[in-house]
Each structure stands twice: as structure tokens, then as C-alpha cells.
Design a protein. Sequence first.
Length: 630
Amino acid sequence: MKTTKKFKTETKRLLDMMINSIYTHKEIFLRELISNASDAIDKRHYLSLTDTNIASSDYQIVVEADEEKKTITISDNGVGMTVEELENNLGTIAKSGSKEFLEAVEKENTPEVDIIGQFGVGFYSAFMVANKVTVLTKSVKDNTSHLFTSEGIESYTIEDGDKEDYGTIITLYLKDDTEDEKFTDYLEEYKIKELIKKYSDYVRYPIKTWVTKLDPSTEEERKDPNFKPKTHKELETINSMLPIWKKNKSEVTDDELNNFYKAKFMDWQDPITSIHVNVEGMLTYNALLFIPKKPFYDMYTDKNDKGLQLYTKGVFILDKCKDLIPDYLRFVKGLVDSADLPLNISRETLQEDRAIKKIAANVEKKILAELSRMVKNDREKYEEFYKDWGRHLKFGLYENYGERKDSLKDLILLRSFNEDKLVTFSEYVEKMPEGQKEIYYAIGADKESVSKLPQMDLVKSKGYDVFILSEDIDEFMITVLKSYNEKPFKSINKDELDLIDEEEKKKLDELKEEKKEFLGSVKESLPSVKEVIISKKLVDAPCCVSASGELSFEMERVLKAQNQEVKADRVFELNPNHPMFTKLEALYKADKEAADRMTKLLYTEALLQEGILPDDPKAFAEDLNALLMK
């Protein structure tokens, strides 16, 4: 008997929306139908454990293509559907047989059953590629089979079927090719295998399809110039079934992990390290994370989006889930597999939920814990990591006003002037001489450039080490940190550097008062300078220029590169113990114009030592030429 019925939810417009708007990619249809087949097998397996009248089976899912008929068939030997279930699950678009099954199981307080999808929704993804779909099914609950047929418009028919064994066969009659879409591509053997591997590789039941194989031939046959190899079709399992991330860590070798990473993320090198995460409880999920050895070719381009791959119960959902990894760890590759993540109706988009934030927070902690382990126990490997990825950690520490500074500060490495190698803040503090109260740093490209700073003379004489800050982010990071273990950071490029004892300070303060008129004359020659002072940090150099206030010279350079009009306050420091001090003072008394020119030359010299070009290069050249002519 054949009956025709209208869809319960109603209108062609709603059905069109389901078919054409919910899913981003048409190829998703195969994932959805395979997921439904897996659900059906789950249900039958569960019922076989609780009902002696329902037998278990050698479960499998078979995908077959018929190029002549232009059909794709997905078969399973799962629970099947009664006529009532066909009407309820397929006749109502938003109805979910899987959801109702789970609710029934929960009411009976029976063991948890793993159900991937919601059949009523996923089934209609088939109409993205097909203009007609049939469902031939026989339920384990009765001995009658039924045939559901629909063209995805407004109605469907149900009639008696001729299926002998339990399960479901879904047949898709593909649409005709158009200029924009080649639906017949889905009939190709390679395409079916590709989609199974991409979306359903870790479904726990065998997914089989017909694969072309070469017939055996002898060497003598192959030597014949007219020899043409013959082929045959074999039903072959395509999916891996058990995900590597579901295995115990002790069961997986490093080679297996490395090979998985290289194949999965298309890298030719082994990762620096891999991280397993296995959480069970209120929120259950697995994660497998990798830190690449080198940046990918598109790492720093607009094409590179951060994110981890997302699976739900082994079914691939998203390639780049941005919510699962913070920006500063965007270089981490990997995946998260959870049954508890809230997906939207198409299972392609995550909905906002606490569970996502909890997983993301835990994934971040696991990555930082692995990096901390490497710092302590595998320093060579960590420094290899840090060479390419350390800058990201610095940005992570700096961003959001340093909210992560406590978790990241012990992962930062900076070059030590004294040791000429990368050290942690902790290692610096451990080697501080008795009496040193602050952590000193200098801005410079390398050790050689820092060693030429006039301020370094006094620091070296004290035996103090200095961090060399060579990246533009470094000082911003230090500014956010402010201190480490109650030891404040101090820049030797700033005017407040103070390394002399109280008696020396007193002498210099008295000298400052004595030379007040002379310092005022120098200040008149340098109107752009905030202050001219007697230096407390120079030993051999006649003068230097320092930054005053929060803005340093390095920050000024970085912000100007971002087209921001900023300028650090300059302080011109004179060394009272240098002969130039006495000569310049005498020159101001004898020849104000010559003294003015000499002052500007000394100031420009000090700027150049800090890597700062003069504001007026032409005037500097004229002053220098005038001096050389004398």
C-alpha cells in the first residue's frame, strides 16, 4: 500500500531553507548520512544488549556509486525504522530520532549510549546534491520493510518495501550537472574515498566502498607490448575507525604521532613536541596538539587563520575552530574531539557556551605545562622552539594588560650580556651579586651594540648582568611585567639609572648646584631637550642622552613605525669627570656661538649612540664641517 503525505512542518520555503541555507559545503551530505548510519548501528547494538529478541551483527556502513543511474547509496545494518518512525523522523524536518532515543535511555537510567547526530536534520542535507531520495528500511522491531520516497519539495510517499535484512539503504538520485556545480564528481571513486577520510575517518564502524584493484598478472604477460592490465572491484574499508587521540598515550609511538601530524597537517618535518589531553567528567573530551618545528609558509599571511580542528565523536566538524586556542598560541596545530560541544543545527558552527571556554582554557594550560617542562628538563629543545615561537609568548604576556604574565613570565628567554646566551628571569635573579636590587636591561640589536652604550661602563664595573632586548616587543613586555620576584626592571637607557653610593650622590648634587648656570646655558642650546643634568652613570664617555618618563626611545621607534606621532622626553647627561665637561664650560664663557655648536655636536653624537638620527641632519653636517675647518 502506498500513501502520500505532506511534510508536517510545512512549507516549501522552510524546506528550501533547510536544503540550501544551513550547510556551507554541499559535500557535507555524505558526512551527515554516514553519521546517521552510525547512529542506527549504535541503537541496534544497544538494543541487542537489553533485548534477547534483537541480535547483534557484523556492523558496517557501505557507500556505493552507480555512474549509469547517477545514484549514491549509503547502506547500514543498524536498527532500521518502522513506518511510524519514518513519518516522525523524516516527515518532520526538525525532528530527531537520535535525540528521542537518548531521552528514552536517560529516563531508564541505562548506560550512556554514543549517538552522533540528529537524523531528521542531517537526512535533508541529501537534497543539496539530489533531486530525489529513497529510504528502504526494515526495523528490528517488526518484520515489515518500508520504502520512503521524496523529491524534497512538499510531500513524501511511504509504501511496502522488499528488504529482507534489518537496516537502512538510502539512495540519492543526483541532480544534473550545471556550469557551477558538477554533481557527478560525487560518483567518482577518489571523491567518495576522499570525503570518507576527511569527515568520517574515525567513525567506529567500518565504512566500505568499492575500490578498483589490478588483476594479478605474470611477468611474461607484462612484457607483451600489447598487454593491457585488467582491473576488478573490491569492497574495501576506507576509514581508520579508532582515532589515534583515543588511544592510551603508552600505546602510541613517537613515530606514529609524527607520521599522523605530518599527514594531517601537511608538514614535511616532525613536530617539536606533541601533547595529549584526555579529560573525563562533567565535560569529556580528547585533544591532540602539536608544536611545529618551523613556521608554515603562510604563517604570517592573511590566509592563515588560527584554530584547532574540531571533531564530535570522531566525526570531523570544523577545520579551524578559533574559539579553542588563544591568539598568541596560533602556531599550535591539533584537534579537539568532544561529544559535549554545543553545535548549531548544521553541526558546522559552535554556539557560545561555557564548555567551549573551559576546553580552551584547559588546552592553553596543557600547552604551557608542556613548555614549562621543556624549559626545565629539555632546554635544548625549548630553545629550538623559542627561536621561532618565543615572540608569540612575548605578545601573549603583553596583550590584555598582562593578564597572562604570571603563567608566561617563566617561559620567557632573553639574552644575557655577561653569559651571551638565553636565560630566564629566574636564572638571572639567581646569579645577581649581593646588593643588586634591580634587574637591568638595555635596548640593542646584539651584545656588540649594547657594549658600546656609554651607560654600560658603570654597569660592567659593578659586575651586574644586563638583559639585551633586541625585539620591538621586548620593552613593551618588560613594561607590563614591571618586576620579577619583587625585583623591579630598570633600563640603563633611562635617566633614572642610579648606581652610585650616597656619598657620591651628595657630591654630584653639590656640583649640580655649583654648575647651575653652565647647565642652563647648555639647555638654552638644546631647546628640544627636557633637561640637562650631571650624569650619575657615565665613566669614560663625555655625555649620553636618556629617555625620561614612561616612553622609551625603543617605544618611540615602534610607535612611529605605526604612524603614531610620539616623542620620548630627552635628557642630556654630562660626565663631570670628563675633560670635555671642563672644555665646554670654558667655551661657553669665551665663545657662546662656538659652545652652542659644540653642544649640538655632542648631543647628536649621543643620539647616534642610541640609534637615533638627528632631527636636522643638514645642521649637524654644517656644525661638523665648521669644527673640521678650525
